[in-house]
Design a protein around this ligand. Structure first.
Ligand code: UFG
Length: 334
């Protein structure tokens, strides 16, 4: 019988899509989430979308900092591996409330690692971010590109009994093609696509374009957008890789390898939705890089994984989710 995979943050945007792909792939999945920035409705919808596999999913509302609760979970069930996606992720908020971020993200991770170690579960897939590349001097970013942030997982490299894969996500976008699960940010969206989506459904008047003087084809910032279902599949590929005895601690970029500008994204979204997106041209946003996109060769070679979807599919699926759920998991305007 296949053992369970624990997915932390499994009710969120990346988590819910990953849980669905796991269930469809025949895995048993246990989700923990504290539902701060996510909804239990996502779990119910994943269960429905998984059909006959839906019964292989169980959910616990747990804060990872609550060590007795995490401990209890590991006593009640044996996990094959953990996919750790839980975390606060708003860049702006993290600057305003650094202690909240350290407390939530670091303490949560430490508790998780301690409990995993105590129960002999030492296989981990961790969601990292292309943010670590900062403003890259050279693109595409390879896994060896200099990083302007470090992470505590590196220290666990010294213990060869652990097997850890860090996935550096580029810019996840889109939604499940069913339109039943997708991204539902609380408050004003920080990211481009959720913002465009809210303009298209009439929740906001215009998109502010941050920076029109970058050295790019149309002057706007360039990013590597990746469909969330492709990203979810990247987690399954990483889990499979953990069975390889040679893996210690490995890093993989999960991106499409293609750069797309803000204006190209707006044009594609207008085409998919048939809606005009009014624009307000503005100064650069502090902290933003000019051009960031991934070298994807390592993931292709070692994980046997490659992004399948492109800009048309991102926009089609994002719009399908938006029209079916204009207020996300809430039934109407708050
Ligand atoms: N942008 C706008 N207007 C907006 C929002 C974004 O013009 O309202 C532009 C940005 O300037 C940038 C591009 O759209 O050029 C993408 O911006 P996002 O905020 O969507 O994404 P970022 O690349 O800035 O950062 C995101 C997440 C980070 C994550 C990083 C890399 O916010 O948490 O991708 O994975 F770490």
């Amino acid at each position: 019988m296949s053992r369970s995979i624990l997915v932390t943050g499994g009710a969120g945007y990346i988590g819910s899509h990953t849980v669905l792909q796991l269930l469809l792939g025949g895995y048993k999945v246990v989700v923990v989430d504290k539902l701060d920035n996510s909804s239990e409705i996502a779990i119910k919808r994943v269960q429905e979308l998984a059909g006959e596999h839906g019964s292989n999913l169980t959910f616990h509302e747990i804060d990872l900092r609550d060590k007795p609760a995490v401990e209890k979970l590991f006593v009640s069930e044996k996990f094959e591996a953990v996919i750790h996606v839980a975390g606060l992720k708003a860049v702006g908020e993290s600057v305003q409330k650094p202690l909240l971020y350290y407390d939530n993200n670091l303490i949560g991770m430490i508790v998780l690692l301690e409990v995993m170690a105590a129960h002999g579960c030492k296989k981990l897939v961790f969601s990292s971010s292309a943010t670590v590349y900062g403003w890259p001097k050279v693109v595409p970013c390879t896994e060896e590109s200099p990083i302007s942030a470090t992470n505590p997982y590196g220290r666990t490299k010294s213990d060869s009994t652990w097997k850890i894969i860090l996935l550096r996500y580029f810019n996840p976008v889109g939604a499940h093609p069913s339109g039943h699960i997708g991204e539902d940010p609380r408050g004003i969206p920080n990211n481009l696509i959720p913002f465009i989506q809210q303009v298209a459904v009439g929740r906001r008047p215009a998109l502010t374009v941050y920076g029109t003087d970058y050295k790019t084809t149309d002057g706007t910032g360039v990013r590597d957008y990746i469909h969330v279902v492709d990203l979810a599949d990247g987690h399954i590929a990483a889990l499979k890789k953990l069975a390889d005895p040679s893996v210690g601690c490995e890093v993989y970029n999960l991106g499409s390898g293609k750069g797309t500008s803000v204006l190209e994204m707006v044009a594609a979204f207008e085409k998919a939705s048939g809606k005009k997106i009014p624009l307000v041209m503005a100064d650069r946003r502090p902290g933003d890089a000019e051009i960031v996109y991934a070298e994807t060769e390592k993931a292709e070679r070692e994980l046997n994984w490659k992004a399948k979807y492109g800009i048309q599919e991102f926009c089609r699926d994002q719009w399908n989710w938006a029209t079916k759920n204009p207020y996300g998991y809430e039934p109407q305007a708050p």
